[in-house]
Design a protein around this ligand. Structure first.
Ligand code: EPZ
Length: 430
């Protein structure tokens, strides 16, 4: 099985360019089939999850023309809403975005659901609540969600939980409903705003994305568009933590600094230098860093998707740090793996207490999920000696050219497909 092999200890130096936002791309790719006209989507991150979404569009009968590694012309004209919910979609959670897209366009959707994943149960009750409020009949059985409606009428919907997925899914369906929909207690992440902007570029009428209330006036149909996806906030934050943890000096380019404020604030509290430019941030890791506390919250709070990565960096900081994970109920699975490298972390419920600084030493670790995998790579790059990281298929779901980008910053990392590859790497790095 593919794994990363890493020799730690090199401070990362130089520049890295961030790819398009995975969690915006997944919603936008689903929404792209809501019109019968052709849409061009640019800056699509070349990650496995977007590849699955594009395959699913083809499997439904839509056309996908790859212009280059990040650009696709998509046309939903020939999509068959009754095509069997392709098993492709069962691979990723974001497949459920086709429910909102197809229900809006065809008044019918039938999509297979993946189970919960390693970070929590991942229910969809708020999605279902929103679809039903718009007038759809929704049934979840045999692992498939089927939604259908004679008519979709605008409604006033208050989400009980701030949910990125439910906000995007219901927003899509409401774009083609009759009349006004008001969504309250919505998620405000940059990727919500990006999906809303894309829908508006196709002729939808969505106002207030990025605030607590989104107002959507339904339209009859959507039209062609050319749209460029925003840069990935979490990939950028991951490289910021990598620079801090390895005591490096890295400029992360092609970003929207305002999206990174909560991450920059925490790294500054730890004693690092973080300089924001128009479209870049520079992180200079301090030799001695100090502990701080982190609580994950919906945007603009500290992102849950950055919790494992900042925790790895906090292991190397002086003092006791308390990390509270308030979004997901099971997002500390990486702690056992970090302990193998020397971390001193105690987990009680949704709170972890980190004692630092420790000196990470190389070990064989396994990624339990996407962002945990990134955290283990950060730890391995900061460790003394050689580490191997298994389960990199998780990492490839959300990070484009991850090992190449790290090598370009001077990191000693390779993909190994066999023990022989590992030994070759060890010989090559001495
Ligand atoms: C999205 O997941 C992201 N995934 C996640 O990123 C991210 O961690 C999460 O938002 C929070 O920012 C994609 O965008 C594809 P939620 P999503 O609905 O939409 C509860 C990554 O690493 N909830 O905002 O599934 C839920 O259990 C991934 O890129 C309900 O109770 O997250 C959780 O506790 C991991 N009922 C909280 O809300 C619902 O109907 C937030 O979940 C929906 C959610």
């Amino acid at each position: 099985m593919e794994q990363y092999v890493i020799k730690g200890g090199t401070p990362l130096q130089g520049k890295v360019t961030i790819s398009g936002a995975k969690n915006a791309a997944l919603g936008i790719l689903a929404a792209s089939v809501m019109t019968d006209e052709e849409v061009s989507i640019l800056n699509v991150p070349g990650v496995n999850d977007t590849a699955v979404m594009l395959d699913a569009i083809r499997a439904m009968g839509g056309s996908v023309i790859r212009k280059d590694v990040h650009s696709f012309d998509i046309c939903g004209r020939d999509v068959d809403p009754y095509s069997p919910g392709s098993d492709t979609l069962r691979k990723i959670r974001a497949g459920y975005y086709f429910i909102g897209a197809m229900l809006g366009k065809y008044r019918y959707a039938s999509v297979p659901l993946p189970g919960g994943c390693n970070i929590g149960s991942r229910p969809i009750d708020q999605h279902v609540k929103g679809f039903r409020a718009l007038g759809a009949e929704v049934v979840v059985e045999n692992g498939t969600v089927t939604a259908k409606a004679e008519r979709l009428k605008g409604a006033h919907i208050y989400f009980d939980v701030v949910s990125v997925g439910a906000t995007i899914n219901v927003m899509m369906a409401a774009c083609l409903a009759e009349g006004m929909t008001i969504l309250e207690n919505v998620a405000k992440e940059p990727h919500i705003v990006d999906v809303a902007s894309f829908l508006n570029s196709m002729g939808a009428n969505v106002k207030g994305a990025g605030t607590d209330t989104i107002r959507i006036r339904g339209v009859q149909r959507l039209h062609a568009s050319e749209y460029t996806i925003i840069p990935d906030q979490i990939e950028a934050g991951t490289f910021m933590c990598m620079a801090a943890a390895t005591r490096g000096d890295v400029t992360i380019e092609g970003v929207i600094p305002i999206h990174l404020e909560s991450i920059a604030a925490k790294l500054r509290e730890m004693g690092n230098t973080v300089i924001s430019y128009d479209e870049a941030v520079r992180v200079i890791g301090a030799e001695k860093q100090r502990s701080t506390d982190v609580k994950t919250l919906p945007y603009p709070g500290f992102p849950t998707d950055m919790q494992p990565q900042i925790s790895a960096a906090l292991c190397l900081a002086e003092g006791t740090s308390v990390v509270t994970e308030s979004i997901f109920e099971n997002r500390f699975k990486y702690v056992d793996e970090l302990r193998l490298m020397g971390a001193e972390i105690k987990v009680e419920g949704n709170v972890s207490v980190i004692e630092g600084p420790v000196k990470f030493t190389g070990a064989h670790v396994t990624a339990p999920d996407l962002r945990a995998g990134a955290a283990l790579v950060i730890a391995a790059l900061s460790a003394e000696g050689i580490s191997t990281v298994d389960g990199i298929s998780y990492i490839l779901r959300g990070y484009e050219d991850f090992d190449e980008k790290i090598r370009d910053l001077g990191g000693e990392i390779r993909v190994a497909e066999s023990e022989r590859d590992v030994q070759k790497f060890i010989l090559s790095v001495g």
